[in-house]
Design a binder for this molecule. Sequence first.
Ligand code: GAR
Length: 204
Amino acid sequence: MKKIGVLISGRGSNMVALADAVRDRRMADAEIAVVISNIASAGGVVKAQERGIATAVLDHRGKTREEHDRAMAAELRKHEVDLICLAGYMRLLSPWFIREFPYRILNIHPSLLPAFTGLNAQAQALEYGVKFSGCTVHFVDEELDHGAIIRQAVVPVLPQDDEHDLAERILVEEHKIYAEAVSLVLGGKYKIEGRRVLEATESL
Ligand code: GAR
């Protein structure tokens, strides 16, 4: 059984999508071992508890970034996680944390990277005037929203869209590709060449 640790800061809909994929056996022999939030009032904490998933609230305030990340790493190790999924975790991770778990941390970002990194990616896309946007699941490296790309999905940007409309359309796709990407990584049927994540096929 592969164990997943999920880091959140908010409502946790991507965490729920991963939990649903586990429940529906769309994820090869995996379970969510722990959900960690840096915000006590995050809606995702209650949603995890309702699903019987262990939760921990680790407040980042009053600690250095690395101190906080060391506390998270200790909690993740306690639950013996194989993979760490950032799901609306709205803090930068320290280089220390990222080096502790090489190619073991995934992130989901609501744009077609490398476009529109950082906060408010959907608003950035609208303001820029792109006709298509989407979402990206990638390995986390030491640069923001930068690591090797595992999955992307595209959605149209419609003329009447506001930020909420676009975010909702993207979110539907986030929930699909995050479970697919986690399943791929846990299954191990891929290889990495430079920045390219290649899914195993007969020809690899
Ligand atoms: C999602 O849209 C996720 O892609 C985004 O925050 C939202 C979290 O929603 N993440 C980022 O912008 C990270 N830079 P959720 O809490 O319902 O999963």
